[in-house]
Design a binder for this molecule. Structure first.
Ligand code: KG4
Ligand code: ZN
Length: 342
């Protein structure tokens, strides 16, 4: 075994995806994700069902991750796990598993902040991929968070602005629900939007501080718009689904881009990254890429599989922590609330 190869097993179980990954230094050898279909029927994540499903999935998912990486557990140097934020019952499954595994193997345990991990996914080593230099701005957009973060070092992050109410992923999912689309609706809005006219309908954008977000008013605006039109034509949604989705998505992406422009203006930093589940969105990816020639920004868009929750991002955060000797005690507790600042 090459002594410069640090193999780390990472576990992610903060919400409704059970995931395990094996990294060799900053390279991902495997990244296995078991999605929990069960929540679709309920129109959202049911915490009790999520933790039960994690219990069922965790051992097979870890076994598969080791198998795919072609690694024996004895080669592992550390176990990284998501400490928080997330659903308590879900976090406890991953953290308890990681603790017992690290105890059994007598190797260090590394507690990872899920929000930092979304951002640190940009440091996963891949062919022909640039990694950002410090400091850079990261727009973290997920189902639970919407933040503009100034990243000064791997574990030195500062929130410049965030949402006052709903997260942007919730705005996508709740809009989808209004349209009768199943959970999680974000990817479906994206899919329909690709066939629609983004300027078909106008929605009012929120008036909040330069680096703040608010999506609850937009959601109410969309609900009223749909109710009004369905009253006049009961087939309004089916007949115009693509245009409605394209217009909602366009409004949300415009809001995100305006805030990013404000952040660049305030900080002078032009290295811009996006992270989190919503960074899978095709329009934000496209518009951000265009901003390179339009505004002279250098942009960092994560590989598709590292956008939504995955253990590879926990693994890279774990590896970077390992290099700094940031290990955790076995009594480190999972925590539902945890800020990106640590
Ligand atoms: O990061 P993530 O997997 O979980 C959290 O930590 O919250 O983000 C999940 C969110 C969901 O709201 C989902 O609808 C949204 O990301 N999402 C998308 C797309 N793919 C996932 N939203 C818009 N367009 C997409 N393509
Ligand atoms: Zn996440």
């Amino acid at each position: 075994m090459d002594s410069s190869s640090t193999y780390i097993l990472a576990i992610e179980s903060s919400c409704d995806d059970t995931s395990a990954a094996v990294l060799c230094n900053a390279k991902v050898l495997s990244n296995v994700i078991a999605n929990q279909e069960i929540h679709t029927a309920y129109g959202g994540v049911v915490p009790e069902l999520a933790s039960r499903a994690h219990q069922q999935n965790i051992i097979p998912v870890v076994q598969q991750a080791l198998l795919k990486a072609n690694i024996d557990k004895k080669q592992l140097k550390a176990i990284a796990f998501t400490r928080g934020p997330g659903l308590m019952g879900s976090l406890l499954v991953g953290s308890s598993f990681a603790k017992s595994f690290s105890q059994g193997l007598q190797i260090p345990l590394i507690a990872v902040n899920h929000m930092q991990a979304h951002i640190l996914a940009h440091f996963i080593e891949e062919k022909n991929r640039q990694i950002p230099e410090f400091p850079f701005i990261c727009l973290t957009i997920s189902g639970g968070h919407t933040q503009i973060v100034k990243v000064s070092d791997y574990f030195n992050m500062e929130v410049l602005g965030e949402t006052l109410d709903d997260a942007v992923g919730e705005a996508f999912d709740k809009s989808a629900k209004i349209l009768g689309l199943p959970y999680p609706g974000g990817p479906l809005i994206d899919k329909h939007a690709q066939l629609g006219n983004p300027k078909a309908y106008m929605f009012t954008k929120p008036k909040v501080g330069d680096l703040e977000f608010s999506f609850s008013g937009l959601k109410t605006g969309i609900l009223r718009f749909i109710q009004k039109n369905v009253k006049e034509n009961e087939h309004f949604i089916e007949e115009n689904l693509n245009d409605i989705c394209a217009s909602i998505q366009h409004t949300i992406v415009q809001i995100l881009m305006e805030k990013l422009k404000n952040a660049v203006k305030q900080t002078g930093i032009k290295q811009i990254a996006i992270a989190g589940g919503v960074s899978a969105n095709s329009e934000i990816r496209k518009v951000l890429k265009e901003s390179e020639s339009k505004y002279g920004w250098e942009t960092f868009i994560p590989k598709f599989e590292y956008t939504t929750d995955n253990a590879a991002m926990i693994g890279i955060a774990g590896y970077l922590a390992y290099l700094e000797g940031r290990f955790s005690e076995v009594n480190t507790s999972a925590t539902a609330r945890l800020k990106v600042t640590g």
